[in-house]
Design a protein around this ligand. Structure first.
Ligand code: SF4
Length: 107
């Protein structure tokens, strides 16, 4: 077999193998939790913890409350793009910069 023919066959195999890869990105993970989702509303979840109404959720008021974020919650596991999993909200990702009233200190 000549080098040219071998290269041609190898490139054909590579193209065939590429066509077997699903077009949907697996790395994207579960969808992001929207603030309008009923569980988010029930927990007072905000994607931006600084947007939390501290009169309604005094747990996040004051100096100690201002340090609470999903990213330092015991129920959070960091993922990609500033999002991560939350064991209280299965099947959705929450923002590391977010917060909800179920916040528990990590560690
Ligand atoms: S339980 Fe923790 S990680 Fe989950 S949404 Fe609330 S603050 Fe964020």
């Amino acid at each position: 077999m000549t080098q040219t023919r071998r290269n041609f066959l190898n490139s054909g195999i590579a193209l065939w193998a590429t066509s077997l890869i699903p077009s949907v990105s697996i790395a994207a993970g579960p969808p992001e939790l929207e603030e309008s989702d009923p569980i988010a509303v029930a927990l007072g979840y905000k994607k931006d913890a600084n947007a939390v109404d501290t009169a309604k959720y005094p747990k996040r008021a004051g100096d100690a409350g201002a340090k609470q974020f999903c990213s330092n919650c015991a129920l959070y596991s960091a993922g990609a793009n500033g999002l991560g999993g939350c064991t209280a909200i299965p099947g959705k990702q929450v923002a590391g910069a977010g917060w909800c009233n179920a916040w528990i200190p990590a560690g």
